[in-house]
Ligand binder design. Structure first.
Ligand code: NAD
Length: 352
């Protein structure tokens, strides 16, 4: 078979160094501007304070909310204008990075992103805003952080449960990239390297909660996952989770963690070469077997009903998902297949 593809790589500087975020943020801010606005939620102030201390001309914006409500974005934009900010620094998870992106979208200000979870938003040019229960997303180069500073020490305070859910969110970026609309050999290679790093790192995060080795592996895997996802686009898994999160306000990372085995079991048999690559990356006989073993080791979230979804919500979810199924999904997605998939995810049953 001939090797033919078009791949696009997003321009971004990435600095990876444990216990050195403060020094690197100061250097990147000095390169990009003079008056930083640091966006970090009150809950993450223990992570933001050392950064703020190293930036004498910084202002601190603390209001962060999941899924970036438009009103929250407007207030952050006003804070940037009031401070006359010329550079944004985000310290936090995907919600915090998302808010910095919302400010960059209208102001064009450069972002220095310091992620503290495995969500991966920092490596994509995708923004999201929510208004009246509807989440709108788009992609725009202005929102791609100029620099990402990964410091695994900042994830030490992430509780085990959140580390697991967030890590599986990253793993979902890898798996879905194997058949997403713009999948190609480059983003597949990144995705497979991400699977290796995450599946070795996440059990270590749980086994040695105060150690850095597992957290570095997991964070590195999360970065690879996000780069693969940014390049390959949203596959079926992400479309399903996007609908569920938006319609029923389900927690982002946990929804991904529960739905992933179901989509893997649906799609993988139809693409045996990629199934084999995923299985190898998991170090298992089959991709689904590898994911099952990992999920057991790290006690992964099991059921959507544990995270606020009602059984009566299922029919509306199926209709909404059918409308956004990506073209080129390895298997045709029918209402009956989706019904089975979602019922299992809802109840916490293993896929077939
Ligand atoms: P989050 O940012 O809401 O963080 C989850 C929780 O973890 C919060 O309570 C936060 O306070 C806490 N937390 C974060 N870091 C911590 C740390 N180091 N120690 C202790 N607590 C910590 O959730 P998330 O899962 O990181 O991100 C989800 C959001 O990111 C969603 O809105 C999703 O749509 C978005 N996202 C966007 C993209 C994109 O490309 N645009 C990609 C992935 C995720």
């Amino acid at each position: 078979m001939s090797l033919t593809f078009t791949h696009e790589t997003l321009p971004q500087r990435v600095v990876f160094a444990s216990n050195q975020a403060v020094r690197h943020v100061a250097a990147e801010v000095a390169r990009l501007g003079r008056r930083p606005l640091v966006i970090a939620a009150g809950a993450e102030r223990h992570l933001a304070e050392p950064v703020l201390a190293a930036l004498p001309d910084a202002a601190h914006h603390r209001e962060v909310a999941m899924h970036v409500p438009v009103a929250v974005a407007e207030r952050a934009r006003a804070a940037a204008a009031e401070h006359d900010a010329d550079v944004l620094v985000s310290v936090g998870g995907g919600s915090t990075t998302g808010l910095a992106k919302a400010v960059a979208l209208t102001t064009g200000l450069p972002i220095v992103a310091v992620p503290t979870t495995y969500a991966g938003s920092e490596a994509t040019d995708v923004w999201g805003l929510t208004e009246n229960g509807r989440k709108t997303t788009g992609s725009d180069r202005r929102v791609l952080p100029r620099t990402v500073i990964y410091d695994a020490a900042l994830t030490l305070s992430l509780p085990a449960e959140l580390s697991v859910a967030s890590g599986l969110n990253a793993l979902a970026h890898c798996v879905d990239s194997m058949w997403a609309p713009r999948t190609d050999p480059v983003n597949q290679a990144l995705a497979l390297a991400g699977v290796r790093a995450l599946s070795s790192g996440l059990p270590l995060v749980l086994g040695e909660p105060h150690g850095l080795e597992g957290r570095e592996q997991a964070l590195y895997g999360a970065y690879l996952a996000a780069v693969a996802f940014a390049s390959a686009g949203s596959g079926l898994h992400h479309k399903i989770c996007h609908v569920l999160g938006g319609m029923f306000n389900l927690p982002h990372a946990q929804t991904h963690a529960v739905v992933l085995p179901q989509v893997l079991a649906l799609n993988a048999p139809a693409v045996p070469d990629r199934e084999r690559q995923l299985a190898e990356a998991f170090g298992a006989e089959t991709a689904s077997g590898g994911l099952r073993r990992l999920r057991t080791r790290i006690d992964a979230p099991r059921a959507l009903r544990d995270h606020g979804m009602r059984e009566t919500d299922l029919p509306a979810a199926i209709d909404a998902i059918l409308a956004v199924v990506p073209a080129g999904n390895p298997v045709p997605v029918t209402a009956a297949r989706l019904d089975l998939l979602l019922r299992r995810a809802w109840a916490g049953e293993e896929p077939e």
